[in-house]
Structures are given as C-alpha cells and as structure tokens.
Design a protein. Sequence first.
Length: 129
Amino acid sequence: MMITLRAHHLLCMQGFQGLGYSPAFVDNMALILEKIKQNPAIKCKIVTGCDDICFKCPHCKNNRCTKTENSETNIKKFDAEVLKLINLEPGIVLLVKEVFEKTSNITTPSDCLTCGWQKDCLWFHRFCE
C-alpha cells in the first residue's frame, strides 16, 4: 500500500484536529491519519500537486486547487518550501515514518504565516507558545 501526500500536508496532518473544507474532506484526512497511525511503515510518495487528501476537498477540480485564483501557484510554492526544508525532491517514495522524522526539525515555514488554518493548527501553535 502507498499513499500520496503533498509536501505541505506533512505539516498540516500534524496539526489536524477534525476541521476542514467539508465533512468528506475531514473524514478522508482522519482516515489517512488512522492508516498511518496503524501502520507507520506505509510507503509515501511526496508530491507537489493534488494528493490523497486533496481529492476529497471541494476545491480540488481537474487535479488543481481552485479555492482562489492563485491557490494552486501558492500551494506549489509552499510544497517547494517544505521540500527544501526537509531536503527531499518531489516524487520520492519513503516510508511514512521516515518522512515524518524529517519534518520533526522544521520550525514554522514562512507560508504557514499566511495559512487560513493557522489559528486552528496544533502544529503551528507548538512554535508560538
């Protein structure tokens, strides 16, 4: 089994607390997190496009984020920033536990400062307290 995750979702998943764009999105995120929790040896492909989380988002259309006119471009920049911080290239496949180990040393990326979920993100708040 393998899951596909956008680079920035590696951070979002760590701050998730049951909120999201729609009930289907929230349920999907919770299901993916549960799969990872039950089996941290799942393979994970890191991408800079829509992933297994995005596909249940109401803003995901034609494999792109359509929330705003600039969403897709901005999210790709955020993905690139996270990849740079964890020293990985898009398309790499690793065990999910290895990927999350790489994120353990990241402090707040600049794009987190403009994220709409910032006030509810547990991952973000661990750096602000």
